[in-house]
Design a protein around this ligand. Sequence first.
Ligand SMILES: [Zn+2]
Length: 239
Amino acid sequence: MSDRLEGDGLWLWKSDPDSAVERAEWQDLGAAVASASLSLNPDRWSWLGSGSNDFSVAAVKYHLVSRRDFSNRFVMDQCKWVPKKCNLFAWRAEMNRVPTVEALGKRGVVVIDDMCNFCNEGLDLVSHIFTACPLALGVWEKISFWCRIQNFFVFSFRDLLEIHNLGDKGKTEREVVHGIILTTCWVLWKARNNLRFNGKKSSVDEIFSEIRVVSFFWFKHRARKGSLDWRDWCKFVNM
Ligand SMILES: [Zn+2]
């Protein structure tokens, strides 16, 4: 403290910059305020963000997201011929945001019966219900045989959402396979809920049959690709 006092008890706050760091800081400060012009007007805020001269919510949003890297983010393909609920369901399931027992548990909702009701061997979670449960595997086997999908290997829900892009399928066939995969996820989830909440058990054949009927109905009436014959649909030809 004594070095701050000078003479008659006055505080000595002034000192010249005497190190290289202080001199550099002094120069930076000088450069920063050199362009400032002072006036007698009241102070006011001004928006210096990128993208717009005027302040707006859109300008702030642009400023916040423009420098972020989204290249690693998974973007799900939407299928136009299945209802939005199927696309939304698949989108949420991929992010683990459907109410499985596991997802509810993470959010503080405890469900006593945490096993998959289809098999009672695995836990009630997305990866099990859709890609590991014996019942789901049975359904996917039938789907892959019906749609002639070679090498149907899935280890995660995301794998299901990318199957239609594998191989050398034509555009229409890709769209059909994509919709059938989404329909299958939807019907499997319905079967899971029907068993868990209503005690109604469905077999692989019943689930597969429902998938084929529901997807035929949706494709025929929503895809607008001309007439479609049920027998052709069952043989997976002339679509
Ligand atoms: Zn299971």
